[in-house]
Ligand binder design. Sequence first.
Ligand code: GUN
Length: 292
Amino acid sequence: MSKIIDGKEISSQIKSEVRSETDIIKKEKGVTPGLAFIIAGDDPASRVYVKNKGKACDEAGFHSVTEAVPGDITESQLLDLIRGFNSDEKIHGILVQLPLPAHIDPKKIIEAIDYKKDVDGFHPVNVGKLSIGDNCFIPCTPLGITEMLRRKNIKTEGMRAVIIGRSNIVGKPVASLLLRPEFNCTVTVCHSKTADIKSVTSEADILVAAIGRADFVKKDFIKEGCVIIDVGINRVEDKETKSGYRITGDVDYNGCFDKCGMITPVPGGVGPMTIAMLLRNTLDAAKGEIYG
Ligand code: GUN
């Protein structure tokens, strides 16, 4: 069996399942899943992410709308846009791309989204439900990570999972998810202030790296045979490429490859899974699977 967990391949399977289910609900119920994107400002990476998500919606047979607004939009204008999508029956999911311009309070924006359309799983209602084990929208990257573990039949029960990073988008929700009875991991969360981080990460059977520091996890951080999930997407200078940079993860992939049991590559690991799970969440929203 290959050591490499191919996120591209797994995400293609999920996308084709979503496409088939979409065809069915369109035909049987006359419902087309609809997703609205809001992006403020012109951060090039964020624009590319939203463009790719929109393309994935087209391929899945979804209806999608992108509101690309200038970076100097006011908070109240942004809130009006959200209220419009909250009451739009054709829209089942709303995604406000983060980060937002500095003058806008992301908490206010996230809380304005109807939690029943919060396919990102960032609204406090969904965050709370994830934590207490209720049915809810689960953030796409954590969901993509557990879906990779599930589809690769990686044993989680009783395993020690160590997460590096405590963000609201990845670290904290992935910890909540791996604690749930369907995974039953023993979970430790490390962060920038963790003392002797290597002594913690080297206990991990499953190591999730989500700190946003290129090649942070080295061979001496890991236990022989562990499963490494690399969430990092870091741009590093590389004069040998046409663009002048390359994308690398939070893990020193080549250094860790021989020692680990399995590993996700960057690119082609967690990234494509995030998009596939966004489609899954939006389809579930359209089918009323989460909130009826
Ligand atoms: N920015 C980086 N990742 C994400 C994500 O998963 N959702 C949103 N809305 N913004 C992001």
